[in-house]
Ligand binder design. Structure first.
Ligand SMILES: [Zn+2]
Length: 153
């Protein structure tokens, strides 16, 4: 857990900001902000509350794509990096991010290629068994959950 003591961008007061870990400060978590103190953050949230939402960004299950394709794209990314960086390793795909996940699981964020170049995928698979855990894509939807666009990052 990381607690910081920044100065508020608006009022200049020093306050506690929790940057990571299980939340444990006295103030409500929705007011925990790295730029604004809880009092100013509350004022911002209250001021924005009456404004109607027009769309929402979220991850949905990806259709028409499989782990084999994601892994081929990953290999292509590595090959491109080897070409661009003069064959000095070790190489990891630029888009790969490994988070702390259940043992044996590996997480990849990868930009789509070919017909899927306008999409961005999050893939979680077991690196030992190659079993797919989840494969999702990032979209912007309207309030009726209709897809307005696929997001490329
Ligand atoms: Zn403030």
């Amino acid at each position: 857990m990381i607690i910081r003591l920044p100065y508020c961008e608006n009022c200049g007061d020093q306050y506690k900001y929790q940057a990571s870990g299980h939340y444990c400060l006295d103030t409500p978590q929705e007011y925990n902000d790295k730029e604004y103190c809880p009092e100013c953050k509350k004022a911002i949230i209250d001021a924005l509350a009456p404004i109607e939402k027009k769309s929402i960004i979220k991850w949905i299950d990806a259709e028409g794509i499989d782990l084999k394709t994601i892994k081929r794209w990953e290999e292509e990314k590595i090959a491109e990096r080897k070409f661009l960086e003069g064959n000095q390793g070790p190489f990891l795909p630029l888009m790969k991010r490994v988070f702390i996940t259940p043992p044996g699981n590996d997480t990849i964020h990868i930009q789509g290629r070919e017909a899927y170049s306008h999409m961005f995928f999050h893939c979680l698979y077991n690196i030992k068994t190659n079993e797919l855990v989840s494969l999702t894509t990032k979209v912007r939807v309207d309030l009726e959950d209709k897809i307005l666009e696929y997001l490329s990052d």
